[in-house]
Design a protein around this ligand. Sequence first.
Ligand SMILES: C[S@@+](CC[C@H](N)C(=O)[O-])C[C@H]1O[C@@H](n2cnc3c(N)ncnc32)[C@H](O)[C@@H]1O
Length: 221
Amino acid sequence: MSRLLSYPARQIREKYERMAPIYDRAEWLPGILGLRKLRRELFGLARGRTLEVAAGTGKNLSSYPADVDLTAIDLSPAMLAIAAQRHTSPPSPASFAIMDAEHLGFQDRTFDTVTSSLTLCTFPNPVRALDEMARVCRPEGSILLLEHGRSSREWLGRWQDRRSESHALHLACQWNRDPIDLVGQAGLSVRRIRRVFFGVFYIIEVVPARPRRLSSTPTTA
Ligand SMILES: C[S@@+](CC[C@H](N)C(=O)[O-])C[C@H]1O[C@@H](n2cnc3c(N)ncnc32)[C@H](O)[C@@H]1O
């Protein structure tokens, strides 16, 4: 079992502020291997009012159907500024906001679809972020996650374990977390899981589990 590494949000923001100008270049290899295709495939399923959590430089923007009403949030202004520049209609309309995934500033049940990619590895408290995604998603909506984590091949998983600390130093990314376990810890129901690239990348479609705690639900005696 690997030690849970996590950086405070302030430190993560600083890392991504520095990383923003070169972030897109880091995806050339996974892009060629099929990550771009996975983005198109999964986020093409978004419907209606859609929230992308920790959207980074907006690499998923062109994957959304033209008629989604998109809101994209991220902790790093520099990352999100690139996303806003990259945005062309469609999808339209879109809005961008600096926000912490673990404290989303939206009412319960605001969105039809909540999406996120390559982020559960980075959030200081990924279960809390998932809980927030479920809170702001309508019960009949869906949460679409494209994640990476510990490989299903033991030899590769052990290699990731050995290098997890040095890897995390660069991107605050803990690449040997288990996204499926995190979804389970958040009490969410999984509709579909697909793993590719030696089980390193995960497509996870999540049904926001109900009944859930709703912050606006009045308590009765
Ligand atoms: C590895 S990048 C992924 C960016 C993008 N989703 C993608 O697929 O390319 C991680 C992103 O998570 C953002 N992030 C990290 N912690 C966050 C938090 N607590 N709230 C919001 N965004 C956060 C970072 O600023 C960064 O843009």
